[in-house]
Write a protein that binds this ligand. Structure first.
Ligand SMILES: C[S@@+](CC[C@H](N)C(=O)[O-])C[C@H]1O[C@@H](n2cnc3c(N)ncnc32)[C@H](O)[C@@H]1O
Length: 208
């Protein structure tokens, strides 16, 4: 039994995919606004949930194809129902077993990578799915430095791969990325950790 699939299949039916969208929107949009996307780019969201980031990215004129994958069937059903543009594509698959031949300019993932324990195999797969000089933008609220979140694994009853900010960077470096990190905070949020730590974005550029 895959508890990740089961949990997110339930969340997709109970309205929690929209709650996640609401919870993540502020820091994700703040981060995406800081990126200058190149012309004619392709985009993949790994663990896309209800597809809200894919829908946003498909609105960019320069975005030629925006794809979302998720291992929860119900999340993908939600995403397909909300589809707004012919540039959007959604697939129900686990990133680890996804048999896709194309490559992307940008890959994005919000709060999804640490469900793979350990994360290295998934990160290597993402690396292979990028074009040379392509970028992976990986957002996580769950990291050791952000102490308020470390209990999440126990609460969810799901094994999660907890790393510190420096361990995230090391893992990206060792996969072959040129790596930068950025903490995007939300100064007006009622949650103290959102104001003080915020979402950690790990930005990996595939060197060649
Ligand atoms: C916390 S939710 C975040 C969803 C979305 N990124 C958002 O911000 O609203 C994590 C999502 O990642 C998906 N996921 C986790 N591991 C995955 C994997 N190995 N392959 C594809 N999807 C995965 C889950 O099914 C779930 O929908």
């Amino acid at each position: 039994m895959d508890r990740v699939k089961l949990t997110f299949d339930e969340w997709a039916l109970s309205g929690r995919s929209e709650l996640m969208e609401k919870e993540h929107t502020k820091t994700v949009l703040k981060f995406l606004k800081s990126i200058s996307f190149k012309s004619n780019f392709s985009f993949l969201d790994v663990g896309c949930g209800n597809g809200w980031v894919v829908r946003k990215m498909a609105q960019f004129k320069n975005c030629k194809k925006a794809m979302g994958i998720d291992k929860s069937k119900n999340m993908i059903k939600n995403a397909k129902t909300k589809k707004k543009s012919s540039k959007e594509f959604y697939f129900h698959t686990d990133i680890k077993s996804w048999n896709y031949r194309g490559k992307f300019d940008y890959i994005f993932s919000m709060e999804s990578l640490y469900y793979s324990v350990p994360m290295e195999i998934t990160l290597e797969k993402i690396f292979r799915l990028l074009k040379p000089h392509g970028k992976f933008f990986c957002g996580t609220d769950f990291y050791r430095d952000n102490k308020a979140t470390v209990r999440w694994s126990k609460q969810m009853k799901i094994p999660l791969d907890l790393r510190s900010k420096s361990e995230w960077k090391k893992m990206f470096d060792e996969t072959g990325f040129e790596t930068k990190t950025k903490q995007v905070k939300d100064p007006t949020n009622r949650k103290k950790w959102k104001r003080e730590f915020g979402t950690l974005f790990v930005i990996g550029t595939k060197k060649s």
